[in-house]
Design a protein around this ligand. Structure first.
Ligand SMILES: [Zn+2]
Ligand SMILES: [Zn+2]
Length: 327
């Protein structure tokens, strides 16, 4: 065999090619995998998510046969912890937009509350939401109503890819969280807080029920505190993606279709003031007038009064000529 010898010139031109090609390929793969719009999901159904969602809806309907005032109270306490403290305060205003700072133990506690909503771990939620802000109502937005009203509400969850496990890819949008081993751990085991609180509800419901009713008491509290509560909480959060990009008033001329919706704000503790939020994403306060109630902001305000939150960002704007931040 005759050995093939390359002239120096050939070496220079031929060697970097495969490396370059590989880099380009990896870059393209990352870009493709992160494209979250409907056009890039290939219509696949995410069966695990769909079956879980179906079961929670069945449990929610079943809960109606187990009403008690104790179960209703459990519903509200768990809803407040998951949707207000967990999603609104922690996942959204603290972790995604860094609208304020807290000691690490507070950040971790409220993030655990976020897992109670069954909306994935902090890395998945934060990365997806940052992508939403980057491509709001354009190609690549994970849940724009431009791809269909149902798609923006729940379709993107049911037929999108299971991005939960792709931590490395999602990490590009949440490097601050992937550097933190607690958030990486919590993102992997995001279902644990829901399982633990579910077992506690079973035990407490059984204990509080009268003689001979322990089983009904246990099941009833689990159905109200977990199944009905998770189901309503999911729809409340999804309405921020669907309804507040479709219906409501616009105070700010933002580049997206975001709107302010009082009834979505009622369900989510202030997240419905979504046009305000797209105009001033870093603001920890979304309700910008006295009548735009914002329970999640009141929680942050309370934390700051207790010395547990600092550098709380609040949007400043000219009422007569409201403009988005940076405009
Ligand atoms: Zn939005
Ligand atoms: Zn946001």
């Amino acid at each position: 065999m005759t050995p093939i010898t390359l002239t120096p010139q050939e070496e220079v031109t031929s060697k970097p090619k495969p490396v370059l090609a590989a880099v380009v390929e990896v870059k393209q793969k990352i870009k493709q995998d992160l494209r979250m719009g409907r056009a890039h999901q290939q219509g696949r159904i995410n069966w695990i998510t769909s079956i879980a969602m179906g079961l929670f809806h069945v449990g929610a309907v079943a809960s109606l046969f187990f009403f008690s005032w104790t179960n209703l109270a459990t519903f509200f306490i768990m809803y407040f912890l998951a949707i207000n403290v967990g999603i609104g305060v922690a996942y959204h205003r603290l972790l995604t937009h860094r609208g304020f700072k807290t000691p690490k133990w507070v950040e971790y506690f409220v993030s655990i509350c976020g897992c109670l909503a069954l909306e994935g771990g902090p890395i998945f939620w934060v990365a997806t939401h940052r992508v939403h802000h980057q491509f709001s109502d354009q190609e690549g937005d994970p849940h724009t109503p431009h791809d269909g009203t149902w798609w923006s509400h729940a379709g993107w969850i049911l037929s999108g890819r299971a991005l939960h496990s792709e931590t490395a890819l999602l990490g590009r949008y949440a490097p601050d969280l992937t550097r933190d081993s607690f958030h990486v751990w919590l993102s992997k085991y995001h279902y644990v807080p829901l399982v633990v609180t579910g077992l506690l509800q079973l035990a407490l419901g059984g204990l509080l029920a009268g003689p001979g009713h322990h089983l009904i008491g246990a099941i009833g509290m689990l159905l109200w505190g977990t199944f009905l509560r998770v189901t309503i909480g999911l729809h409340a959060t999804w309405l921020v993606n669907s309804a507040t990009h479709l219906w409501g008033k616009r105070r700010f001329e933002t580049k997206d279709d975001s709107r302010n919706s009082w009834w979505v704000a009622v369900l989510t503790g202030g997240e419905g003031w979504h046009n305000n939020h797209h105009a001033h994403p870093v603001s920890a306060r979304h309700g910008l007038t006295w009548y735009e109630f914002d329970i999640n902001y009141y929680c942050i305000w309370l934390l700051s009064k207790m010395g547990l939150a600092e550098r709380v960002q609040v949007a400043q704007f000219d009422k007569d000529n409201p403009k988005p931040a940076g405009a």
